[in-house]
Write a protein that binds this ligand. Sequence first.
Ligand code: UTP
Length: 238
Amino acid sequence: MRIHIKVLAMKKEKVVVSIGGSVLIPGKDDPAYIRALAGMIEEVSRTVQVAVVCGGGRIARYYTETGAELGGTTHQLDMLGIGATRLNAQLLAVSLGKISSTDIPLTAADAAERSTPDNVVVMGGTVPGHTTDAVATMVAKEMHADRVVNATSVAAVFSDDPRKDPAAKRFSNMTIDELGKIVYKEHGAGKSSVFDPLGVRIAKEERIDILIVDGRNIDELRNAILGKRIEGTFVNSH
Ligand code: UTP
């Protein structure tokens, strides 16, 4: 009897990281944080295929607020915001060196095409009308990614703002429908939500899990990217 030994090539999991601008460039210790982040991304990219979408943070806010005072249209203000997210992406790509490129993709499809097991795609926004969280889920859809990690400035998802309501529930695990209820409520109130509602919709449709973690905590972010246990919130879309 012939014995067939199948050698299965180790296939890397694919992960898209959405990193908030307020995490990337808060204006304090930015080079030290970005250097540590890039080092961690380089390390995990040996195990998983990574794409990173950067938010605009205070740079975007400066441009959109100044643009608004100058009478800019919503479309123009979004374009200013997108410009800032792309600048931030270039900054991270500079720090990543040869495993990435400062010639950043401008669309989710382009990002997915250029993402390889050995290359870390870094990008910002795409078109007006949504945020970079939504872009991350679009890239994840195109790449058939295993999960989206939201590196944000809150440690987890809460049922309400914990500063206003001390009784707010902190979620370790939740379903995508539960997250949907929270972001639609937040969005309705005109606040910036923990995740873009459009991103929640895409993640639900595509069955992509979302991990929401404190992005300034490099160890926590590493665990999320690698699919390990986290302190933050695991959002199940399956
Ligand atoms: P961000 O993704 O940083 O938005 O994009 P945000 O969630 O408001 O910012 P953080 O997470 O609190 O830092 C900045 C702005 O750029 C425009 C939007 O106006 C957005 O608010 N943008 C970004 C787009 O119009 N399209 C994109 O694809 C990305």
